[in-house]
Design a protein around this ligand. Structure first.
Ligand code: NAP
Length: 259
């Protein structure tokens, strides 16, 4: 299916690895001109080289911390006429609310709520003028069903979800859609580093924990970044113009409404 977005311009935040990279690759294959982002320049450049091999449009990089004002200023100064914005950043650390202080909360809210809101606000006028805009937020299944020991994520991401429930309806008349994709468990560095922490805590091996985690998923496997990217590309397409304000789970059936 031709997604009808060849030649569009996309900024994909936090995309040198994992789910952001999956989104960037899928958009690049559709002929979208992409701007990749990450803090580690070496990894970012390696990802740009890898994606260039399959890209049908241009591939550029912006090395910066997207959760800072300076980082966002830099990113927006080099991305002309953005048609697509994929909001993403590293997730908050694992842990219970008893262990976090106000600074920890402010950091989680800054990274996973205020940063995407600021970017959205700053790219919106151009999208409205051009009559096309696609905003995708990478959030978490924690928005539908809180994940144990991820209290910072459960809280901060719910704030973002509430904001976009309202804002998405306000921009819908201009063919600007806003949707969030909610990953369950995907095979990325983030998943493996949280398994490493559990391993240190429980004494179980990472492999053992990965197997136990997999067995809890109805699909009996972890998700792959490329399948996450395919959903992102479809939601950015011309065909998805009538889908907005949604929170779409991609989790192999893990989250059940009967929880
Ligand atoms: P990942 O594999 O660890 O990749 C994170 C990417 O984000 C890297 O490219 C990293 O590059 C970049 N990044 C992190 N902080 C950044 C910042 N401040 N500025 C710019 N780039 C930044 O993580 P992932 O699994 O793809 O997760 C992506 C998001 O989905 C996270 O918020 C995570 O909590 C959420 N999520 C993931 C899962 C899962 O199963 N994987 C499930 C639920 C939710 P640098 O470190 O070089 O900056």
């Amino acid at each position: 299916m031709d997604l009808g977005i060849k030649g569009k311009n996309a900024l994909i935040c936090a995309s040198s690895k994992g789910l952001g990279k999956g989104c960037a690759k899928a958009l690049a294959k559709e002929g979208v001109n992409i701007w990749l982002n990450g803090r580690n320049e070496e990894i970012l450049n390696a990802t740009a080289r890898e994606i260039s091999d399959v890209a049908q449009g241009s591939v550029s990089t912006i090395a910066c911390d997207i959760t800072t004002e300076d980082g966002r200023n830099l990113a927006l100064s080099v991305t002309p006429n953005l048609d697509i914005l994929v909001n993403n950043a590293g997730g908050p650390p694992v842990g219970n609310f008893r262990q976090w202080n106000m600074q920890d909360w402010q950091s989680a809210v800054n990274n996973n709520m205020l940063t995407p809101i600021d970017l959205f606000n700053r790219v919106l006028d151009g999208m409205i003028e051009r009559g096309f805009g696609r905003i995708i937020n990478i959030t978490s299944s924690s928005v539908k069903a809180p994940v144990q020991n991820l209290d910072l994520s459960n809280g901060a991401r719910s704030g973002l979800t509430g904001f976009f429930a309202g804002a998405s309806r306000q921009v819908a008349p201009f063919n600007v859609t806003v949707n969030s994709i909610l990953p369950g468990r995907f095979d990325t560095d983030r998943l493996r580093s949280s398994m490493k922490l559990s391993s240190e805590k429980t004494g179980k091996s990472i492999e053992q924990l990965l197997e136990t985690g997999k067995a809890q998923i109805p699909s009996r496997r972890y998700g792959m970044p490329d399948e996450f990217g395919a959903l992102c590309a479809f939601l950015c397409s011309q065909h998805a113009a009538y889908i907005t304000g949604q929170n779409i789970l991609i989790d192999g059936g893990l989250v059940s409404l009967n929880l």
